[in-house]
Design a protein around this ligand. Sequence first.
Ligand SMILES: C[S@@+](CC[C@H](N)C(=O)[O-])C[C@H]1O[C@@H](n2cnc3c(N)ncnc32)[C@H](O)[C@@H]1O
Length: 223
Amino acid sequence: MAKINIVGVGPGSPDYVTPAARKVVQNAKLVVGAQRSIDLFTADIKGEKVVLTAKNLNDVLRQSAECIKVGENVALLSTGDPGFSGLLHTVLESGFFNSADINVIPGISSIQACAARLNISWDNTRLFTFHDEVSDEEKEKLISAVKCGRTILLLPNSRGFAPKDIASFLIELDIDKKTPVYICENITLENEKITSSTLGKILGNSFGSLCVMVIKADSEVKG
Ligand SMILES: C[S@@+](CC[C@H](N)C(=O)[O-])C[C@H]1O[C@@H](n2cnc3c(N)ncnc32)[C@H](O)[C@@H]1O
């Protein structure tokens, strides 16, 4: 039975693309993904390729559903891991597919790559994503996790809840300005940059949109 394979492509470097991801892409009649994801598979793609944009998402999902109906496999490329702030949620919510149509190929999330860079064991961390939505409910959960002294790994939102906005939000709610933060930009890419700072010091700073923010207890972070 043909599937829509939602393929995790990792944080961006070809070194972090799994052989399982390549195999699925090689066998797909239709490969869909953002340009930077498609570029990771230039030598693997044998079928039709479609560059995914915010505008064509619905049309492309409909086309994917039609493909699998006629027995053709689809590979939908999702950055990092599809299950964390990725395309799995979009596909499940689209209404075009049932569970049996979907096959997820896990990928290395930017969150995992960030935790690895900072020697963070993430068993007891709290994960947040504000990438798609910045809700009051999630902001409330964030503040209580910080107040409980939990290590936080989060995806900011460059349009409304960027690292400096998060710092300002937390400081206004009495979180210590000296709380350590780490901003990991472009992880695994040539322009990777890790900034070690504090909530107070990043108030005036801007970072690239491809970043993970870490707010954490000092003793758990490597220097
Ligand atoms: C749509 S979300 C996808 C997250 C993805 N599913 C994952 O597991 O990493 C996109 C956000 O992931 C983060 N991200 C993805 N790749 C990254 C990288 N190489 N370095 C830092 N952050 C990255 C950024 O916060 C970016 O805005």
